[in-house]
Design a protein around this ligand. Sequence first.
Ligand code: GDP
Ligand code: MG
Length: 162
Amino acid sequence: MLPVIALVGRPNVGKSTLFNRLTRSRDALVADFPGLTRDRKYGTASFEQRQFIVIDTGGISGDEVGIDAAMAEQSLLAIDEADVVLFLVDARDGVTSPDIGIANHLRKQQKPCYLVVNKVDGLDGDSESADFYTLGLGGLIQIAASHGRGVSKLIDAVLSPL
Ligand code: GDP
Ligand code: MG
């Protein structure tokens, strides 16, 4: 069985951008419109001779009604299916209330989880990231999914214990 990595987080934090970078596909819809990816989406990725499965999700907005509720449900299912969860947040937005809700859910799971601070391009990642330690998930990894910064380091860290 290949390791399964789920990408979760609220809409627009860059999950599909990271998915596309890992799977090198344009399959997940990347858009400036929050929440365009409605369903879970699976892709295979290979990194330094290791293969794994990535699950992209529509996102959890913390304000779930109608279509948003379905998206949140997909995210919860993806977390169940995964060996490890990458919880993405947006360095430019800081900690938002949906982030706190997702962190609370993840803390209750018996599942390895990495807090990934995305969009650190052009920022001083360390000062922008400091706030995210308040989510209580331990260490964090900074990346810029659209530029590739930090992505190899992230995947290395995620795959090595698996
Ligand atoms: P999703 O809703 O979490 O899947 O987010 P998307 O992958 O669709 O990305 C949302 C927006 O953030 C798009 O406009 C992306 O181009 C942008 N984005 C994603 N990653 C980065 C990044 O590393 N840096 C910057 N500046 N923008 C990014
Ligand atoms: Mg998406």
